[in-house]
Design a protein around this ligand. Structure first.
Ligand SMILES: Nc1ncnc2c1ncn2[C@@H]1O[C@H](COP(=O)(O)OP(=O)(O)O)[C@@H](O)[C@H]1O
Ligand SMILES: [Mg+2]
Length: 261
């Protein structure tokens, strides 16, 4: 089953959508949420769980250790591909110290910025990429990757480990431009992709659709602005709104169809 990378501009609703999708998918099977945004701190709250204490980066000895392995590889001394995990890793058997959740809905974090001046985030990209390539979801299992804002994870090759790219667009010019770029990069990587518009209301729907259409993009779903979602995020509580359930199920069906196509 699929590994879905959720991307879009900052604030478009990536984490919110990951949380809404994860909750629905967890009623059907195992879901692993991979927090690949090193600046994201609220995803655990949105999912209704404590984030795991240890990051995958920590499991691998920390950023410096991973950075050294990367440098060795650049010098030709290491493996060609930074293989940090073997292919037998599945959402069901994440190492206990890096995963939180109830085993049906679980969460891992790639790494976090811990200190000022700690250096560039390249090791984070390498770990996210390797982890995602290594993890294989069995039938009925889903992996949802919450990425950082922008398109750097495409440049870092994180997309290689994903089966599908879901681009979130909120009503802004910036989000639309970024969505076009993300869709083209997904296509270049040979991955099926879709656009979901978020936080729309009647006032902006038409303008947003026209903007997307001009760029050859067509949203598979529109997630309306939700007071409950906004409030839950403000309170740091589990994100939920039953009025969005049908839309969320529609997104899942569209992703499944896109993967079959
Ligand atoms: N459908 C929605 N309705 C209302 N508010 C939303 C919705 N989606 C996201 N938000 C709000 O938008 C803000 C950014 O959402 P978030 O998921 O953190 O974005 P990202 O992960 O893309 O940076 C949050 O304050 C969240 O409450
Ligand atoms: Mg986020």
């Amino acid at each position: 089953m699929p590994k879905v990378m959720v991307c879009g501009r900052g604030g478009s609703g990536k984490s919110t959508l990951v949380a809404l999708l994860a909750r629905e998918l967890a009623t059907r099977g195992k879901v692993l949420v991979v927090d690949a945004d090193e600046s994201n701190l609220g995803l655990g709250g949105m999912l209704g769980m404590e984030p795991p204490e240890k990051t995958i980066m920590g499991l691998l000895g920390g950023k410096r250790a991973v950075g050294e392995r990367l440098m060795a590889r650049l010098r030709g001394a290491g493996d060609e591909e930074l293989r940090l995990f073997d292919d037998s890793l599945t959402p069901a058997d994440m190492p206990a110290d890096v995963a939180s959740g109830d085993g049906t809905l679980s969460m891992v974090r790639v790494g976090k910025i811990e200190h000022s001046m700690e250096g560039c985030a390249c090791p984070m990209g390498a770990v996210a990429r390797s982890f995602l390539k290594g993890v294989s979801a069995r039938d009925g299992e889903w992996v949802l990757v919450d990425t950082e804002a922008g398109i750097e994870h495409f440049g870092r090759g994180v997309v290689e480990g994903a089966d599908y790219v879901l681009v979130v667009v909120d009503p802004s010019q910036e989000a639309v431009i970024l969505a076009e770029k993300a869709c083209r990069l997904a296509e270049e990587a040979g991955k099926p992709r879709c656009v979901v518009v978020n936080k729309v209301d009647a006032g902006v729907r038409q303008v947003l659709d026209e903007k997307l259409a001009r760029l050859g993009l067509d949203a598979i779903a529109e997630v309306p602005y939700s007071e409950s979602v906004a409030r839950a995020n403000l309170e740091g509580e589990t994100v939920a709104d039953e009025k969005l359930d049908a839309t969320v199920r529609g997104i899942i069906a569209a992703v499944e169809a896109g993967l079959r196509a």
